[in-house]
Design a protein around this ligand. Structure first.
Ligand code: ARG
Length: 460
């Protein structure tokens, strides 16, 4: 049998393989509610402009609302022969309400329809993701407040660099997530224009009101060029880019948790709820959730690359290639959502081992910069010279096998005779972090101030 939606000029139905490669219903049924919302807006507009009667509009709208219930309760049979969500819904509507259903597709095409539906879907996904990002930020800020004075080593090159506060470290991720939040909202602003009414590609001769459908669907305006409206998938790529960067941030944090939870570091213990055991090594507690979050960027960024490649070189306007916009995006957005949820759970549950962090913070001569700064401040030494003197003192401590504050005053003076006992004031990690009060620095006082700032922002 030929397709009853477009089969007028066909005498035979498609090959089985043709149907398989062509159909999108297996995945685009996911946006049935967006498809129906767009159809209701379109029907309302068609009646308002006198293109269809109010009676037809009423039966279309109540028929469509009935389909939502049927689909939600599983009483809807999706058919691959009907290709996609648009034709499945229209065909069922026609079965249910008869002739009026055939008027719904006046002045529109599946090309503007799918562009509209998918924008609505991605917009909903963004709204959910920014909520999840905020939840993770709230969890991090709560932990940062508890750990404002907890001292840990700060790293560069993963080598102990200078002591920092754990609260400051956690707040670094709050900043990163804030950029993700705004990147998503920024993509949302550009996404939020309505393709509906662009029809197949050229617009329509019917006296439609595109402002009306745009408004009903919550778009800020109708897309101004019909050719662009049906062929633009920038919104998918941009959203996947925001998702990739966010997933990259989660991956970095996940990697830190993997390192921190190792026996060698011992900085953090992940809760039972977010760890797994080994089937052969009874002692093991594995950070699987963190490892998986570390890995998820692969498929999320993969979806962005795939979508960019699909669009590359496509002539205007719609081509069936663009049906490939959906599965990767669904998977990527689902995956990011799951990763955010898992990370939030881990952050709330994990316990920090303050003692291990503190001990590690003091190792590796982490207060060497404080010593150099002291030489500059107290002895008026040029920084370059202070750097050199400190280097000699570090070598001395290394030979002796102690930390910088383990050197005696006599030993310190053997390198620089002007050093006095006051220097011990800056050699401890506590003094070091407390001194870093420059804006954006790691001092506990700064952490408290930033926690307050974030609490205010995140309360909105
Ligand atoms: N299932 C199609 C897609 O996802 C809908 C648009 C089809 N348009 C067409 N002219 N065949 O892209």
């Amino acid at each position: 049998m030929s397709n009853h939606m477009w089969g007028g000029r066909f005498s035979a139905g498609p090959d089985e393989i043709m149907e398989e490669i062509n159909a999108s219903i297996g995945f685009d049924q996911r946006f049935f509610s967006q498809d129906i919302a767009a159809s209701i807006a379109h029907a309302n507009m068609l009646a308002k402009t006198g293109i269809i009667s109010e009676t037809d509009r009423d039966s279309i709208v109540s028929g469509l609302n009935g389909l939502i219930k049927d689909i939600e309760s599983g009483n809807f049979e999706f058919s691959r022969a009907l290709e996609d969500i648009h034709m499945n819904i229209e065909a069922q509507l026609s079965d249910n309400i008869g002739e009026a259903a055939g008027r719904l597709h006046t002045a529109r095409s599946r090309n503007d329809q799918v562009a509209t539906d998918f924008r609505l879907y991605v917009r909903d996904a963004i709204d959910m993701l920014v909520e999840q990002i905020s939840s993770l930020q709230r969890a991090l800020v709560a932990r940062a407040e508890e750990e404002a004075t907890t001292i840990m080593p700060g790293f560069t090159h993963l080598q102990s660099a200078q002591p920092v506060t754990l609260g400051h470290h956690l707040l670094a991720y709050v900043e990163m997530l804030s950029r993700d939040y705004h990147r998503f909202l920024d993509a949302r602003t550009r996404l939020n224009v309505s393709p509906l009414g662009a029809a197949a590609l050229a617009g329509t001769g019917f006296p439609i009101d595109r402002d009306m459908t745009a408004e009903e669907l919550g778009f800020s305006r109708p897309a101004a060029n019909s050719l662009d409206a049906v062929s633009d998938r920038d919104f998918v790529i941009e959203t996947l880019n925001a998702a990739s960067i966010c997933a990259m941030h989660l991956s970095r944090f996940a990697e830190e948790l993997v390192i921190w939870s190792s026996a060698q570091f011992g900085f953090v213990t992940l809760s039972d709820r977010f760890s797994t055991g080994s089937s052969i090594m009874p002692q093991k507690r594995n950070p699987d959730a963190a490892e998986l979050i570390r890995a998820k960027i692969g498929r999320i960024f993969g979806a962005q690359v795939a979508m960019t490649m699909v669009m590359k070189g496509l002539p205007l306007t719609y081509s069936k290639d663009m049906q490939e916009d959906k599965e990767g995006a669904f998977d990527a957005l689902d995956t990011l959502s799951l990763s955010l949820a898992a990370m939030t759970g881990m952050v709330k549950d994990m316990s920090f081992n303050r003692k291990a962090m503190h001990e590690a913070a003091g190792s590796g001569f982490s207060t060497a910069t404080d010593l150099a700064d002291w030489l500059v401040r107290e002895l008026n030494m040029p920084f370059r010279q202070a750097h050199h003197v400190t280097g000699q003192l570090v070598a001395l401590a290394e030979n002796k096998g102690c930390a910088l504050d383990g050197l005696t005053l006599k030993e310190l003076k053997s390198i620089e005779p002007q050093i006095s006992a006051k220097v011990f004031d800056v050699l401890s990690v506590e003094k070091s972090v407390a001194s870093r009060t420059s804006y954006g620095g790691t001092a506990p006082a700064n952490v408290h101030a930033q926690v307050q700032r974030w609490q205010k922002i995140l309360a909105q």
